[in-house]
Design a protein around this ligand. Structure first.
Ligand code: GTP
Length: 417
């Protein structure tokens, strides 16, 4: 990547950001847990372009970008270069830091912060072939943070979100090839990257026509209907779109996808109709690699009693931990459709789940899950914005493999039954 003199940003004072720049900085926790965003994406999709933009723009934030290796970014104008046994750090004119550390685990990043001081945000770039799921799981419930506190460290990390950069030129082809390469190991990396992300950047839109963009977006939405998609050229977008997502907390942002279902298959119908509608399209227009690989399932839920809420916990735990439907429903399905039951027992693999559960008492809970890890957290009812901006219908979104009709039936019967 080449930089010319025009690209070199001016020195800016390290004063407090202006009021209108506080959109995500405000969300930094008072306990100094620094938000971390994972950037994944296909090979060559534009991850470095996005990071270079963040490292050189005048946004007023102190952001640490952790890269696998400096490689083509080493020529970024640096105020100083620090090298020690474990990390190399370039301090940049706009106050950001570009870091390359041997071990990008939570403990190593926290150690870096103790040395370099706190950041407003951390971006972690993954390689083009990385599956973000295990990396997100590593940072989500970061045990090292507890250790960091107990030994008096000032900073910890909290997972803010996962962002996937998709190549508008090759995205569809990559998804297709990825599936066919996956063989018996299930869906490959490009599909897992899309499935595991909270925001999708569809980059290089300058190189394709609108019909390809629309087809690519349709395929993405079948895999992950909950993530907003932003079209970009040279990864140019407002950084507040990707930072401060709070995708793993009860923050209202994390369910924004529920409001913005532009999938042609999501109408505000009841769940039976909605699902049948999806199935109808699936047989005619959905690319085969999506229907055969990762797909998503959305189910609307009415207000739940305490017992139904407890039943949901059992149901989700069973599907996430044991990759099967809950026992009580096995009994029901086995009498009506034992083939479906047998298939679901072996093929369900949920990569990501989100949800909003509304109780008959009015209390609301957010479901968050990455693979087998999940939590159900009460929504802060004192937050005025939560009252007005949060969806008022309970809903569960599952993204993964084997999410067919039997899973929806199981959820409804097991929880509502
Ligand atoms: N025309 C066009 N080219 C772009 C755009 N974004 C990035 N590129 C170019 O695409 C190439 C790959 O971009 P990178 O940012 O290096 O991609 P990457 O995802 O970091 O690549 P890997 O690290 O190899 O996975 C570079 O030559 C970029 O200049 C865009 O929006 N339009």
């Amino acid at each position: 990547m080449d930089f010319d003199a025009d690209d070199i940003p001016e020195l800016i004072p390290t004063e407090e950001p202006e009021e209108n720049q506080r959109s995500f900085n405000d969300k930094v926790s008072v306990v100094k847990r620094v938000p971390l965003t994972i950037i994944c994406g296909f090979l060559g999709a534009g991850k470095s372009t996005l990071l270079r933009r963040i490292l050189t723009e005048r946004h007023g934030y102190r952001i640490a970008v952790i890269m696998n290796e400096f490689g083509d970014t080493a020529d970024i104008e640096a105020k100083s270069i620090t090298v020690d046994g474990e990390s190399t750090t370039l301090e940049l004119a706009n106050g950001c830091l570009c870091c390359s550390i041997k071990d990008a685990g939570a403990a190593a990043i926290e150690k870096l912060m103790q040395k370099q001081g706190g950041f407003d945000h951390i971006l972690l770039e993954t390689t083009g072939l990385a599956d973000p799921g295990p990396i997100a799981g590593m940072f989500w419930h970061n045990e090292e943070y507890v250790d960091a506190q107990s030994v008096g460290h000032e900073y910890g990390i909290m997972l803010d979100g996962v962002v996937c950069v998709v190549d508008a030129v090759f995205g569809l082809k990559q998804m297709e090839e990825d599936h066919s390469d996956a063989g018996g190991d299930g869906p490959g990396e490009s599909l897992r990257q899309i499935a595991g992300s909270d925001v999708i950047i569809l980059n290089k839109v300058d190189l394709v026509d609108s019909s390809i963009l629309a087809a690519t977006e349709t395929a993405i939405k079948y895999v992950n209907p909950a993530a907003p998609i932003y079209r970009t050229t040279q990864a140019e977008l407002d950084i507040s779109r990707i930072l401060g997502l709070q995708a793993y907390s009860t923050g209202r942002q994390h369910l924004s996808g529920f409001h913005d279902q532009t999938s042609p298959h999501d109408h505000d119908h009841d769940h039976d109709h909605n699902h049948d509608h999806e199935q109808g399209h699936a047989s005619s227009t959905v690319p085969h690699y999506v229907t055969r690989g990762i797909s998503s399932l959305q189910v609307s839920l009415p207000p739940l009693s305490d017992n139904q809420f407890a039943a949901f916990d059992v149901w989700i735990r069973t599907i996430l931990w044991e990759n099967r439907l809950a026992e009580v429903i096995d009994g029901v399905t086995s009498t009506s459709d034992s083939t479906v039951q047998a298939q679901s027992k072996t093929s369900i693999n949920v990569l990501r789940c989100k949800g909003l559960l509304i109780l008959t008492s009015g209390k609301r809970h957010v479901l968050q899950g990455v693979r087998s890890m999940y939590e159900i957290i009460p929504v802060d009812d004192d937050d005025e914005a939560m009252k007005t901006e949060f969806p008022h219908v309970g809903k569960v979104v599952l993204i993964g493999k084997g999410l067919g009709e039997d899973v929806r039936r199981s959820l409804i019967a097991n929880v509502m039954g």
